[in-house]
Design a protein around this ligand. Structure first.
Ligand SMILES: [Zn+2]
Length: 374
């Protein structure tokens, strides 16, 4: 459809000064045309009374290349679950990107952006950085430059099983390559070695640590619960810290302690893939509810999966509620509940608030569509 009006929502987009006040949004030709109160209804009308209206979620860590290890199709991980934009975190490398692009990215309804793996094979077999021959800097740079409309950063995994006896060398190469391309590098951190602190020291302004709040040894906390010095220094020079829940990478206790130390996350992502979409991750709304249960304020949680990641990756037009922005929107509730959920360590926590995405409005070119989950 070309025109629709969302009436009486509680609009949430802190970067646009919207903090839950009642308002209406008129969508025309795939863009937000007007935001205000008592706007004249045009086209199809969606009544959002009593519900929040947020920008469509941007999930910056997913695995949506089905031919790669862990991959599921983009629309299963994106629009079906309330994320209007998803970023694939390194499933493809320069050898596989063309297939990913033409057969999955360009055919999806969900907007998909790519973090190109510094390993030329991407995540086809795992262990993708245990041999220098698996990294071809020239082909990675050529691929990123040829597809600058879609490749918004590079990705490397820095766990023991991935880098083998190569240690930090491939991560250092990835960082240098990303900096030369003037793109952010996202680094996955996991099983020690290397330790998180050593990885952070390789990163610079705009680079992102994902799985930053895992509960494994060598993580973000010192034994006394304070934040490791490398993370404090990293944040000072602009390194960003992402949740990336995943199957083994988000620990309630770690995040609660980090928040208590004043070190909250910069972005919230799911790391959704074939091993966790049926639990414990499920979707972004569940991940956001868990982060909120650790003390994250609701408005901050929304900013960290909308306007913040849009800014980090230069996704112009996305992640905000303002005239002229792309009309990707979610209608959500935050209900009082008493629900036990698990983190990635099998630790349980009781949610007292649960976010649900009832309706997703998304644009493709100059038209809009609505997914109603009631
Ligand atoms: Zn991942």
């Amino acid at each position: 459809m070309k025109t629709l009006t969302i009436k009486n929502g509680r609009l949430i987009s802190p970067v646009n000064g919207l903090h839950g006040d009642a308002g209406d949004i008129v969508v025309k030709d795939g863009r937000i045309a007007e935001v205000g109160s008592d706007l004249e209804a045009q086209g199809e009308v969606i009544d959002a009374k009593g519900r929040y209206v947020t920008p469509g979620f941007i999930d910056i860590h997913t695995h949506c290349y089905p031919k790669a290890f862990l991959g599921l199709s983009p629309d299963v991980l994106g629009l079906d679950r309330g994320a209007t934009t998803i970023v694939d975190a390194g499933s493809s490398g320069s050898d596989t990107y063309d297939d990913f692009r033409s057969n999955y990215i360009d055919t999806a309804q969900t907007k998909v952006f790519t973090l190109l793996n510094i390993s030329r094979e991407g995540l086809i077999r795992g262990h993708e950085l245990d041999d220098p021959a698996k990294v071809d800097v020239a082909s990675a740079m050529a691929c990123a430059r040829a597809h600058a409309d879609n490749i918004v950063g590079l990705k490397a995994r820095a766990s023991a099983s991935v880098v083998g006896d190569q240690g930090l060398a491939p991560i250092s190469v990835a960082a240098q390559t990303a900096h030369e391309l003037k793109l952010p590098l996202m680094v996955h951190v996991g099983n020690y070695p290397p330790a998180l602190g050593e990885v952070i020291d390789l990163l610079d302004t705009g680079d992102i640590i994902t799985h930053a709040f895992h509960g494994k040894p060598g993580g973000i906390l010192n034994e006394d619960g304070t934040i490791i010095a490398q993370a404090v220094r990293g944040r000072q020079r602009g390194v960003r810290f992402d949740v990336g829940h995943g199957v083994a990478s988000f620990a309630f206790k770690t995040y609660q302690r980090a928040m208590a130390a004043g070190f909250d996350c910069d972005s919230i992502s799911s790391d959704l893939h074939v091993q966790n979409w049926g639990g414990p991750v499920f979707d972004m709304a569940t991940t956001l509810s868990k982060v909120m249960a650790c003390g994250e304020p609701f408005e901050d949680a929304i900013s960290k999966c909308t306007s913040a990641p849009a800014r980090y990756f230069g996704l112009s037009g996305l992640g905000e509620i303002a005239p002229g922005m792309v009309a990707d929107l979610n209608i959500v509730t935050v209900d009082e509940v008493c629900e036990t959920v698990e983190d990635a360590m099998g630790e349980r926590v009781v949610l007292d608030r649960r976010m649900r995405v009832h309706t997703t409005i998304y644009s493709r070119g100059d038209t809009s569509a609505v997914i109603d989950r009631a």
